[in-house]
Design a protein around this ligand. Structure first.
Ligand SMILES: [Mn+2]
Length: 286
């Protein structure tokens, strides 16, 4: 609790101040969405694209808003305090959405793990959960997690890959002996090392490992799909019958996952335009 206050305490004056953009919001009436999923905002770091995010949030009113972790970067804030007005505006926009009837669910990540201890509680109408389940309008069950817990699994896979690499050196020698033996027996050349090299390369592919590990766990838990963040790589695709969705981030890609009222899911990349009216670029739909 104490650590949480140390992180949140300095934010309180800003959180309690008068919201600056209340009237602006009322003036905008864009097409609403059933659900918006965003993650990896990294508020409290210079990399956070808070102004673009504010534009995006104003242009996408919704019934459900999932904050899929790494919303506030507690790690960076502890090292160096960085909290400009735009970051305050984002927090206030989120609180205001909750106040106006949007269901806001906050699933903390590793950079805001201080919030995990508040699982099951609310603050300012925002529900904090370690993980969540969202049922789409067309009845699909989506498991919502940040995704950092899968680092362990992937670290383990990396160790296996490392061992595999040493093993590969060994198999090069083995391969020579094996093939001289095969030649003496009149058998054609067969590359054991090439075969294993392919395996090791696959093991080193972090992104793919992450995606597959998350999708597998979602399947094991009986969900139709999973929504996560963490690796800052927006993606939506089927992995062996499970819909893997990664809503990306607001440091580089400015991406979000949205659900329309018919349950259709869409990955959007926010492209701020000079003239003040920004349009999301549609990428793909599942
Ligand atoms: Mn993360």
């Amino acid at each position: 609790m104490r650590a949480a206050f140390d992180t949140f305490g300095p934010l309180l004056p800003g959180l309690l101040a008068n919201p600056a953009h209340e009237e602006e919001d009322a003036a905008v009436s864009p097409r609403p969405l059933r659900t918006v999923f965003i993650s990896d905002l990294h508020l409290g770091t210079p990399g956070c694209q808070a102004l673009a995010l504010l534009e995006f949030l104003k242009a996408h009113p919704c019934d459900n808003l999932y904050l899929v972790g790494d919303i506030v970067d507690g790690w960076q804030l502890r090292r160096r305090w960085y909290w400009p007005q735009a970051h305050n505006d984002v927090v206030q926009k989120l609180l205001r959405s909750a106040r106006k009837g949007c269901r806001v669910v906050y699933v903390p990540g590793n950079h805001d793990e201080f919030a995990r201890q508040f699982g099951g509680h609310q603050f300012g109408g925002i529900e904090v959960e370690q993980e969540a389940v969202h049922v789409t309008a067309d009845g699909r069950s989506l498991w919502i997690i940040h995704g950092d817990h899968f680092d362990g699994v992937i670290q383990c896979a990396k160790w296996l890959a490392y061992l595999g690499d040493n093993l590969y050196e060994f198999t090069l020698k083995l391969n020579r002996h094996l093939n001289s033996l095969r030649a003496r027996m009149g058998l054609p050349y067969w590359s054991l090392s090439a075969y294993l090299k392919g395996k090791v390369k696959t093991a080193l592919n972090y992104v793919t490992d992450f995606e597959v590990a998350v999708a597998n766990e979602a399947r094991r838990r009986g969900h139709h799909g999973v929504v996560c963040g963490h690796i800052h790589r927006a993606e939506m695709r089927d992995i062996d019958g499970v819909l893997y969705c990664n809503d990306g981030d607001w440091v580089e890609s400015r991406s979000a996952l949205v659900e329309h009222f018919d349950g259709r899911l869409e990955l959007v990349y926010w492209q701020p335009v000079q003239h003040g009216t920004a349009q999301p670029q549609q990428l793909e739909t599942v």
